[in-house]
Write a protein that binds this ligand. Structure first.
Ligand code: TRP
Length: 336
């Protein structure tokens, strides 16, 4: 059976959080359990270099993420899990693609503009890697000939860019790459607990990490923003503007509970703390099995994650070497 190739990556910028889980990992696990699919999931540690340059943190972050991948239920025997830096051929393909990539498309990428403006605000000049980021990402996607790319909506322009490069390459040099498709799937965008944009690692207090304890979860939820108009316990609330309700929906609090707390919030019968207690249970029900699995993995010893990454790197490299050799042949720059 020809299996459909699925590929996705996560940048190594710290521990994974609940937003990563509902937005990506849950999807990754589900796709990997479909026998008609072959999944490649990697840590984009070379992409991390565009914004983070602490070698110690970078190494630690890659391992944390791989551990979280496994804790969330990915089986390294089924899905190929690797670090981008284990496969030098990806960067080789990236160079070839950069020679057919239109510069003007890169300068208008939302990701580039956003990061550049942020850096410039603090008086820092953007690096060239930020500009060519989407080329490396296209290489990630095309080097395994992937057909499906499960990522958040914010990555859709990058997948579109990869499609354009695939088409251009095929037209110029011969059919090599299938057209990768963006797959939003069931991936959800979870806000931060402060309700200022999506949950992201830059605002520690607004993030629920996958390895947070019950206490840690409660400490953060307790002070999380609700309906800003609701000041006193008896004030009627508005679930439509309450961030906690966004979480109830995204994390799939049972519909009966949602119906009840919606009603009782509007009438002022239920207080925010009680509503948050219900949410805390839902969060902990998601985190518990993940944390149990993480404990088991830790029990396998410090070398286990290295082993998984080493094996995954070899497996990925075998496939990628083949594609990149084909690409080099087609372009006329073989290894002599
Ligand atoms: N840019 C992606 C992000 O920030 C990470 C990434 C790098 C990626 N290469 C990829 C995602 C290839 C999917 C496919 O989330």
């Amino acid at each position: 059976m020809e299996r459909q190739i699925v590929l996705s990556g996560i940048r190594a910028t710290g521990k994974l959080h609940l937003g990563n889980y509902v937005g990506a990992l849950k999807n990754f696990v589900e796709l990997s359990r479909d026998e008609a699919k072959e999944c490649f999931y990697f840590i984009a540690n070379l992409h991390t270099l565009t914004t983070h340059t602490n070698p110690f943190e970078l190494r630690a972050s890659v391992k944390d993420i791989v551990r979280d991948f496994l804790a969330c239920g990915l089986d390294p025997k089924v899905a190929t899990i690797y670090a981008q830096s284990s496969v030098p051929e990806i960067t080789e393909l990236s160079w070839i693609l950069s020679c057919i990539a239109p510069l003007n498309l890169l300068t208008i990428m939302p990701h580039f503009k956003e990061k550049r403006d942020k850096l410039n605000e603090s008086g820092i000049t953007e690096n060239a890697g930020l500009l060519t980021y989407p080329i490396l990402m296209a290489a990630d996607i095309l080097c395994v000939k992937s057909e499906l790319v499960p990522v958040g909506d914010d990555q859709a322009p990058h997948v579109e860019f990869a499609r354009e490069l695939a088409k251009k390459f095929n037209d110029m040099f011969g059919e090599l790459f299938p057209m990768p498709k963006f797959f939003g799937g069931a991936g959800l965008r979870l806000p931060g607990l402060d309700n200022r944009g999506k949950m992201s690692k830059s605002e520690a207090s607004s993030v629920i990490y996958l390895d947070d304890s019950h206490d840690a979860v409660w400490k953060k939820l307790k002070v999380a923003i609700t309906d800003p108009q609701r000041v006193k316990r008896r004030d009627p609330g508005n679930p439509d503007v309450c961030n906690i309700f966004t979480f109830h929906h995204a994390l799939e609090t049972p519909v009966d509970d949602i119906a009840r707390i919606t009603r009782e919030c509007k009438s002022g019968e239920i207080g925010c703390i009680e509503c948050k207690e219900i949410l805390a249970k839902v969060v902990n029900d998601i985190l518990r099995p993940i944390n149990e699995r993480r404990e088991q993995i830790i029990g396998l010893g410090a070398g286990y994650i290295d082993e998984v990454m080493h094996d995954g790197g070899l497996r990925a490299r075998k496939v990628i070497q083949q594609t990149v050799a084909e690409a080099k042949e087609l372009v006329g720059v073989p290894c002599y």
